[in-house]
Design a binder for this molecule. Structure first.
Ligand code: WTA
Length: 656
């Protein structure tokens, strides 16, 4: 199903970005207070990157036992801070309380209906100990896996930290994923316990989670217990002996649960992400290196002043951004955060800006797709609120187009906030390419340079170094937060990331290098789509479509979309004589994967364009979907298929 790695669709983007000449050096005012205002960290790391990371690990993390080796690197496997022992939850909680900061707010939590909770570090520590003991009482032990399927409630962070405290690995599944997706992820991880909620709030209504969880675990033989957080207040079925209310467990639990030191390479979590085949990959992250990188990057990329900042990352804990930049990085640094449960347009389009005003948010981290949506809603929305507390803005998840960057800076940042465009992946664990706001001159649309301690280079198809122009982004040396593999599938780990370019990690992203060495990320070059910053593989959607009884064959492509970055476009061939409504097929995909994977448009076609060897010509379908003139079609087995598709593509697409 896979084309050759093909960047042909990126030429327009490259040309557009080549025209971007604006530069924004850090202001004197920002530099004055910045943690880093010169290149000393870069210089230090360039001399000895492992020594640099070791210094960060010693400064930013508390260790029970010191490591004996900074990094063991046997391509493609790395171990960091080998021999060291530490506990992540101790680092995120206990040490702040012991240092006298127990009264500092960890979370200003804002529920979508307008309710709120203020949770201090001392309160969070107390709750995590209770819940860690509750997990133990359910038989969870070091080395076990626990699945988490929750809305954006504080208990999500509590559950993750409680697992870390006792050495169980968590696997968080985004609450928007379907029962079927949850089943697949639980079974792959062989999780013992599932933590979910009755329901959560979304756009003013309660969406049921427990019913999806029930449907999921009907197919999960390893699940022994289910913990249910009460949030939605909706009715749920509790299975006696298996299901337990969170609040009952916590009420009965012992308040003291010492943080047990873990080996630096102890598995901290699995997080499933889409690859180029239908089966999601369980990305493995471990303890010491991961915590070091997320603490370092959170501190320096966001220029964190923990005693005065109010930081808000709008991601969901179901994604890596929620793991690294809501839970582990900020809490390790003792930051005060906002955590928000709901959508940006409830009750009205200015909800985010009212939250920033209410809590005096100083550092704000969101996604380009959200920014483009805010642009559509209009500058009058942020203008209704006093956003003068903001000092820095961040962007993550997809390329940010210069126009959105400029709008963000002007209308949210008041023309003065530096913007950090941060490139990284589930696999990298933490931010890899980003400005340091007190030192880097930014350009709208460029993530600028690799951070200190990170090696990144652009290469061409033949693995030759690109010094100027377009190519593929690769990483050239191990980094502490790097994935340690794919759960249960070492071969796939090697093949996906380490086989394309010898000795280099292949990120799957196209990238342009300009004359001054700035990196401009261009999006995925493989069969992974990026829809509103969410990774979805074409193969996953194709197999969901083909699992419908009326569908014979399907080809899915990501087409450029002004708001969501890419949109899912499907071409479907039906089984002889059968018919099905487009909405039914879209609903079927939502049921199989989740609403985020619903195709924006589905075209029925008697045939799919294929090469003579039978491979679907995805590039061509993308050209059709984006209304481009078709390039070379000489390799097509049957050229008439394409004319038919083009004719159909001018019919209005279906949309939500
Ligand atoms: C894309 C999200 C351009 C990229 C943290 C990457 C970006 C994929 C940026 C990882 C950025 C993320 N500029 N593209 N600043 N940040 N991406 O695993 O294609 O959900 O490979 O991790 O998002 O998505 P993931």
């Amino acid at each position: 199903m896979t084309d050759e790695h093909d960047t042909s669709g990126d030429h327009d983007t490259i040309d557009a970005l080549l025209d971007e000449q604006r530069t924004f050096p850090p202001s004197e005012a920002f530099k004055r207070n910045a943690l880093v205002a010169d290149t000393s960290l870069y210089d230090e790391a360039a001399r000895d990157y492992q020594g640099f990371w070791a210094r960060q690990a010693a400064e930013l993390v508390d260790w029970q036992d010191d490591w004996h080796t900074i990094c063991e690197w046997e391509l493609p496997y790395s171990k960091w801070f080998v021999g060291g022992r530490l506990n992540v939850s101790y680092n995120c909680l206990d040490r702040h309380v012991l240092a006298g900061n127990g009264d500092r707010v960890a979370f200003h939590w804002e529920g979508e209906p307008g309710d709120s909770r203020t949770i201090t570090y001392a309160a969070l520590l107390a709750e995590v100990q209770l819940f860690a003991n509750a997990l133990k009482s359910l038989g969870v032990a070091k080395g076990d896996r626990v699945n988490i399927y929750l809305p954006m409630v504080p208990e999500a962070a509590v559950a993750m930290l409680a697992c870390a405290r006792i050495g169980a690995a968590h696997s968080v599944v985004f609450g928007g994923f379907s029962a079927q997706s949850l089943t697949d992820r639980i079974n792959d991880a062989e999780a013992k316990v599932l933590i979910t909620a009755d329901g959560g709030y979304r756009r003013g209504e309660v969406f049921p989670l427990k019913t999806a969880a029930d449907e999921a675990i009907a197919g999960c033989p390893t699940i022994e217990h289910v913990v249910v957080v009460r949030r939605g207040g909706n009715e749920v079925q509790m299975v006696p002996g298996r299901d337990h209310w969170y609040h009952d467990l916590v009420e009965a639990a012992d308040p003291v649960c010492p943080a047990e030191p873990m080996d630096s390479e102890q598995l901290l979590f699995l997080l499933y992400t889409s690859g180029t085949t239908g089966k999601p990959k369980g990305i493995m992250h471990t303890t010491g290196g991961y915590l070091t990188q997320v603490a370092f990057t959170h501190k320096y990329v966001f220029d964190l002043h923990a005693d005065t900042d109010v930081y808000w990352c709008t991601a969901d804990v179901g994604w890596i951004t929620g793991h690294s930049y809501i839970v582990y990085g900020p809490l390790a640094n003792g930051a005060t955060q906002v955590m928000y449960e709901g959508v940006p347009n409830y009750p009205a389009n200015d909800r985010f800006w009212s939250i920033i005003e209410k809590y005096g948010v100083t550092k704000f981290y969101t996604a380009p797709t959200a920014i483009r949506t805010f642009m559509k809603w209009g500058a009058q929305e942020p203008a209704k609120h006093d956003l003068s507390s903001l000092q820095l803005l961040g962007s993550v998840g997809e390329p940010i187009n210069p126009e959105a960057w400029m709008w963000y800076q002007e209308h949210i940042g008041g023309g003065t906030c530096p913007i950090v465009d941060t490139w990284w992946q589930t696999e990298t664990g933490g931010i890899m390419i980003s400005p340091l706001p007190g030192c880097t001159t930014t350009k709208p649309g460029s993530a600028t340079f690799p951070l200190p301690g990170i090696g990144a280079e652009v290469v061409d198809d033949d693995a030759q170094l690109v010094t100027h122009g377009g190519g593929y982004l690769t990483l050239t040396q191990p980094w502490p937060g790097m994935l340690r593999g794919i759960w249960g599938d070492p071969e796939r780990y090697h093949d996906t990331y380490w086989s394309r370019f010898e000795g280099r990690y292949f990120a799957g992203d196209g990238c342009k290098l300009d004359e001054q060495g700035y990196l401009w990320l261009l999006g995925r070059v493989d069969d992974v789509m990026n829809v509103s910053g969410h990774r979805i593989s074409t193969a996953e959607v194709e197999s969901a479509l083909v699992s419908h009884p009326s569908v014979a064959e399907a080809a899915v492509v990501g087409a450029n979309d002004a708001t969501t970055g890419q949109a899912i476009i499907a071409y479907v061939t039906l089984r002889g004589g059968l018919e099905v409504a487009v909405d039914e097929l879209r609903g079927h995909v939502a049921h199989e994967i989740g609403a985020i994977a619903k195709p924006k448009a589905i075209y029925f076609t008697p045939d799919l364009p294929k090469t003579r060897s039978g491979k679907i010509m995805r590039r061509l379908l993308r050209d059709v979907a984006e209304g481009r003139n078709l390039g070379d079609t000489t390799t097509l087995a049957d050229a008439s298929v394409v004319n038919e598709l083009q004719r159909r593509a001018v019919e209005a697409p279906t949309e939500d």
